[in-house]
Design a binder for this molecule. Structure first.
Ligand code: ADP
Length: 420
């Protein structure tokens, strides 16, 4: 990063189903954008191929225009081009309406994304592209690895190498195993997660080409000095003033009392992975310790969503001045929470990398996390990790806990609130 070029420029094509900020569900979307920008800054040519969803926010796409059409398997595919965060993106729109279903996931996904991988390669073939690297992500674009090696490579689509990145092994394990076999190089998003999954039978035969590379966030995209969603922009110079203003705005917006209490933010998909029972416990513990809690999260599983709706009704009537659960996806609100929170809690049962703790640190909110995967690699406990931080030339930067029961969360949260 920083414009120093170490190897000759390459042409890299990402084939992905998420991209922040236009089509983001979780960290995969953030990483496709931030990794592409970082690699482009090194002097390489980077393109992204994405489905054209009807639910995409096109106001974040510059120079958006139609380029051409082609047919595949009896379906017309319209190709659109646009620039997102300075990156060239090709949007594929099958005219049978596959990606016009109002959402990214949740409708016959394996079939839709399998089709997308096919037409992405077909597009590259038909336009005479010769990428050096094809980069696919998780189960949703895993088919690129074997479709390329079994078909498109022979059809003359250059001699590209395939890189496959596992952002979360939980999803679509069947596809992931096959992509591990067919890819030239495979990565996952932190060193500790790579160790945690190395015994998995889908991974273990491929350790010679499997690497854990820690995710990062793009400091220009997540930048409290240049963020339209917070009231006062700030750097480390005026962080106290900036965070205070954000906290007041957040409290006003959500109807919390304006008192200066420690504010714990939680921004997450509400799934078992994210430590739902620990999140609930932490909410009650924070109330008991006279803190405030803001949770922003939505659950893909309607039963879990319902559970949280009930919990929010209960909490809003009993502790409405100090707790707000916002059970939705809301990008602008997430920025205000990162800025206005004193702590960001991430009690995941497992976490391949985790971006929320990184964004939190960028916004001066202190992470309180479970010691797993990328959370372990990025958060160094003030009491227990001084040496481990020092080896990496870092300072302790948060609070962490082991175990998966309430006493673990208490151990970290109590110390955090006491320190506040
Ligand atoms: P995962 O990919 O497992 O969801 P990560 O920590 O890698 O977890 O990435 C989560 C990303 O999604 C972060 O950018 C976070 O701010 C964002 N995010 C999660 N839930 C919400 C929500 N309800 N509203 C807005 N942004 C969210």
């Amino acid at each position: 990063y920083g414009g120093v070029m170490k190897e000759p420029p390459m042409h890299i094509v990402h084939i992905a189903v998420e991209m922040a900020p236009i089509a983001k569900v979780g960290g995969l979307g953030d990483v496709v954008t931030s990794l592409s920008r970082a690699v482009q800054d090194l002097g390489h040519t980077v393109n992204i191929i994405l489905p054209k969803y009807d639910c995409m926010n096109l106001s974040n796409v510059k120079d958006f225009h139609y380029t051409r059409s082609f047919f595949w398997s009896g379906t017309e595919i319209k190709v659109w081009f646009g620039r997102v965060e300075g990156l060239s993106v090709y949007f594929l729109e099958p005219q049978d309406g596959k990606f016009s279903v109002g959402c990214i996931y949740g409708r016959n996904d394996a079939e839709r994304f399998g089709f997308f991988c096919h037409v992405a390669l077909e597009y590259l073939l038909q336009t005479g592209s010769h990428p050096d690297i094809l980069h696919c992500h998780d189960w949703s674009s895993a088919p690129v690895a074997w479709l390329f090696k079994e078909h498109y490579k022979q059809y003359g689509l250059s001699s590209a190498r395939v890189v496959f990145t596992i952002h979360n092994l939980e999803f679509g394990a069947h596809f992931i195993g096959k992509a591990m076999t067919y890819s030239d190089m495979a990565t996952t998003v932190s060193h500790t997660y790579s160790k945690e999954v190395s015994g998995n039978p889908l991974i273990s035969p491929h350790l010679h080409k499997f690497h854990g590379i820690l995710n990062g966030i793009d400091p220009d995209i997540w930048d409290p000095y240049n963020d339209n969603f917070i009231p006062v922009n700030y750097t480390s110079e005026n962080v106290v003033e900036g965070k205070k203003a954000a906290k007041i705005t957040l409290q006003q917006k959500l109807g919390l009392s304006q008192s200066d209490q420690p504010l714990v933010g939680i921004i997450t998909r509400l799934t078992v992975q994210k430590g739902i029972h620990l999140i609930k416990h932490a909410i009650w513990r924070t109330i008991e310790r006279h803190g405030q809690v803001v949770l922003l999260g939505s659950a893909p599983d309607p039963r879990i969503q319902n559970e949280f709706v009930n919990l929010s009704n209960q909490l809003h009537s009993s502790h409405g001045d100090c707790v707000r659960l916002c059970l939705t996806y809301d990008e602008p609100l997430s920025h205000l929470i990162y800025a206005g929170s004193d702590f960001i809690l991430v009690p995941s049962l497992f976490e391949p990398c985790g971006l929320t703790q990184l964004i939190a640190m960028r916004y001066g909110a202190i992470p309180v996390v479970r010691r797993t995967g990328g959370l372990y690699d990025t958060v160094f406990d003030v009491d227990n990790d001084k040496d481990r931080a020092q080896i990496q030339g870092l300072e302790p930067n948060g609070f962490s806990f082991e175990g998966a029961d309430s006493s673990g969360v208490d151990y970290a949260l109590n110390r955090a609130i006491s320190a506040w």
